[in-house]
Write a protein that binds this ligand. Sequence first.
Ligand code: FAD
Length: 307
Amino acid sequence: MAKVYGVIIIGSGPAGYTAAIYASRANLPVLMFQGYQTGGQLMQTSEVENYPGFEEGIMGPEMMDKFEQQARRFGAEMLPEDVTAVDFNRKPFVVTSDSGEYRAHAIIIATGASAKWLQLPSEERLKGRGVSACATCDGFFFKNKDLVVVGGGDTAMEEATFLTRYANHVTLVHRRDSLRASKIMQDRARKNPKISFIMDSEIAEVLGEKEVTGVRLRNVKTDEEQKLDVQGLFLAIGHQPNTELFKGLIDMDKAGYIVPVEHTMTNIPGVFAAGDVTDHRYRQAITAAGDGCRAALDAEHWLANQG
Ligand code: FAD
């Protein structure tokens, strides 16, 4: 008979590893599927300066390695594989990957979210070298710089406004002739003397060899191009929660974020969710880790009450 785990955790970002630390320290047999991006989103970044406990800052991959080692120390088993299917109708629950079927009494979904990018080769090359998708995370590195923010929704207005705390100037670039953002957010951005707007335009290329030195903009109506000298480019065109696997099974909002019904428990008793997969607002390592802790404690209490 195949082993039945106490908890299977899907995802190895700050939420998944924190859940693994708590659940395995509570003596539950834990199996984690680390997924295609072992370590989660922080593997794409360089310096993390806002996670408490690392007063000098720490490189994202190094921090995630520490999370992993801490979870392994308490006995969590790990598979560097994607989950390809789940069956929440069977008890114990069944989780499938390329290497087979695995069973557990409780599941924690911590599959995170992915920032949407422009998909330009120049953007890919300069990610972490002036190209960012997180103003809260990286704004501090751009003191007195000139920046571009791309997007037309509330997030773009919020990020542009936030970045003026550090930046010399922020140019907001949007590919339509009007903004999608709420009036109050638009008004706030428009009143800010450090923000200017370029409409009907998209980024054709991010310029710079080792770091961002500018962007080439293209007007989508006239095809005219112009160059802007900037040192940073912030994308604010949305995030995609990684929830495809759970569509039709777990309650989600319109954007596909999982909506827990009781603390971290989803509409399926015994299935919990934590981190960016449930959070379109804060999207930080510390909030994801806190959520992973809550999910593990909720799972532990739920399992104890199953008799
Ligand atoms: P994620 O980190 O997104 O991890 C999701 C995990 O799920 C991954 O391991 C992935 O492999 C796995 N997964 C997905 N689908 C499957 C599947 N089907 N099967 C198995 N596994 C799967 N936050 C900060 O606090 N400070 C910062 O300085 C900072 N900088 C950032 C820089 C960048 C470039 C980015 C993109 C984000 C940054 N963030 C920062 C945000 C932070 O990374 C996220 O808030 C945090 O990683 C969310 O953690 P999570 O555990 O919810 O999910």
